[in-house]
Design a protein around this ligand. Structure first.
Ligand SMILES: Cc1cc2nc3c(=O)[nH]c(=O)nc-3n(C[C@H](O)[C@H](O)[C@H](O)COP(=O)(O)OP(=O)(O)OC[C@H]3O[C@@H](n4cnc5c(N)ncnc54)[C@H](O)[C@@H]3O)c2cc1C
Length: 406
């Protein structure tokens, strides 16, 4: 049985960064990065952006060049899926029955795409966008696709809609709620993106209930809505969120549910097991201490960096300000802070000029900004969030006043 001082399970953003940061922080023990995908670690955001558009080859989205891992003596255990963890024996078991020992385990498994529960959910032509294989499969069908139905008006669905409409496909977006991006952004931003997509020819349907996926010869040929309408298509993309991949840890007794619960140092309730990234359920200071999971590259990297420091002798709590970005058409959205629970919104700049910011307040305090083509606001507004400033809303809205003056 092979064994490592530190074993990282999950070779995505958080796992790769944990390995990189451990070596940067002079960790000299044996270190392995195990993942169930066959590739070297790569960036996921381009999967719904320039990689999907065919504008960036796979080699350019690798997190590090292939030679890097060997040079840093990081053993890459690719194509292995962990199905069980034995905290007492300090070992994991893979789907093929292989046992691998660890001194410390870092769990960085992200999540699996939530699938539809209706009939036809597993037909050929129904796709998720979570990993390279998903997107390669989808891209392989584009030549014979003219109509696409995207189910879910979150960031990934909308980014895919933007790319595919630019590629000349007829795209329909189905959102069950009454606005797109409802879980992550304020209403004004939702309405702005809804209008943008419509102006690019995307058919955005709100309050849409999917009844089933229609089939012919084992392939999806349409989406039936609850009102009986059938939207004919050759491809369905499902972007309705993820389910954190934590069963082996919960099965071993770790606390959690919607993710695995961690403390301020990213420790799970099991001995010598940490968790980082999308799968980690943590009390977030920017959400008033509420237990949440964040799904962003920033969160994955910052949690990984904190754990690497802790494991190399500098106990470090995870305290990073959340940030995120999304590219749709020529719009670059940058978000800082968490808008959950805001009670007021200040609009700064002119949405019709396609360059503006929305500033979210809670009891007068700035808690988040959504900045569309407004890099300066994003950079300067960060300080307002970090310091919990309560500026005069009239001055906040005035674009003649730069945010750093507030
Ligand atoms: C299409 C897309 C676009 C995105 N766009 C943005 C963006 O614009 N900005 C942003 O900030 N974030 C974006 N994100 C989110 C961001 O990519 C994630 O938050 C980030 O990848 C989380 O890193 P992670 O390491 O926690 O999980 P992942 O990167 O998902 O890595 C987890 C890895 O673990 C593997 N794994 C799972 N279970 C096991 C197991 N039992 N055994 C072995 N391996 C396992 C998985 O296959 C995967 O390779 C996007 C995500 C997607 C899918």
């Amino acid at each position: 049985m092979s064994s490592y001082d530190i074993l990282i399970v999950g070779a995505g953003h958080a796992g790769a960064q944990a390995a990189i940061a451990l070596r940067q922080n002079k960790f000299e023990g044996s270190l392995a990065l195990l993942g169930d995908e066959p590739e070297y670690p790569y960036e996921r955001p381009p999967l719904s952006k320039d990689y999907l558009a065919g504008e960036k080859p796979f080699e350019r989205i690798l997190i590090r060049p292939p030679a890097f891992w060997g040079e840093r003596e990081i053993a890459m255990l690719a194509g292995k899926h962990v199905v069980a963890v034995d905290p007492a024996a300090h070992e994991v078991t893979t789907a093929t029955g292989e046992r691998i020992g660890y001194g410390t385990l870092i769990w960085a498994t992200g999540g699996n795409p939530r699938s539809l529960v209706c009939s036809g959910h597993d037909l050929a032509g129904v796709h998720a966008i979570r990993n390279r294989a998903d997107v390669d499969r989808l891209m392989g069908e584009l030549a014979t696709t003219s109509r696409v139905v995207v189910i879910g008006g979150g960031y990934i669905g909308l980014e895919a809609a933007a790319v595919l409409s630019k590629l000349g496909k007829h795209v329909t977006v189905l959102e069950a709620l009454d606005r797109v991006l409802a879980r992550v952004a304020g209403e004004a931003l939702s309405r702005f993106y809804e209008a943008e997509h419509r102006s690019h020819g995307v058919d955005v349907r709100l309050g849409a209930r999917v009844e089933s996926i229609e089939e012919a010869d084992g392939r999806a040929i349409g989406v039936r809505l609850a009102d009986g309408e059938v939207l004919a298509c050759e491809m369905v993309i499902v972007g309705i969120g993820i389910i954190p991949a934590v069963e082996p840890l919960l099965g071993a007794g770790a606390q959690g549910g919607n993710g695995v619960k961690i403390d301020a140092h990213c420790r799970t309730s099991l001995p010598d097991i940490f968790a980082v990234g999308d799968c980690a359920l943590h009390a977030n200071a920017f959400a008033d201490g509420a237990e949440i999971r964040l799904e962003s590259v920033q969160n994955a990297n910052d949690m990984a960096n904190a754990v690497a420091k802790t494991l190399t002798g500098t106990p470090t709590e995870y305290h990073a300000v959340p940030w995120f970005w999304s590219n749709q058409y020529d719009l670059r959205l940058q978000t800082v802070g968490l808008s959950i629970g805001h009670d007021a919104t200040v609009s700064r700049g002119d949405p019709t000029a396609r360059s503006f910011s929305l500033i979210y307040l809670k009891a007068g305090r700035v808690i988040a900004l959504d900045c569309v083509n407004m890099v300066r606001d994003y950079v300067q507004g960060r300080g307002l969030v970090v310091e919990g400033k309560s500026p005069d809303p009239v001055r906040l809205a005035d674009t003649n006043i730069v945010l750093k003056e507030l």
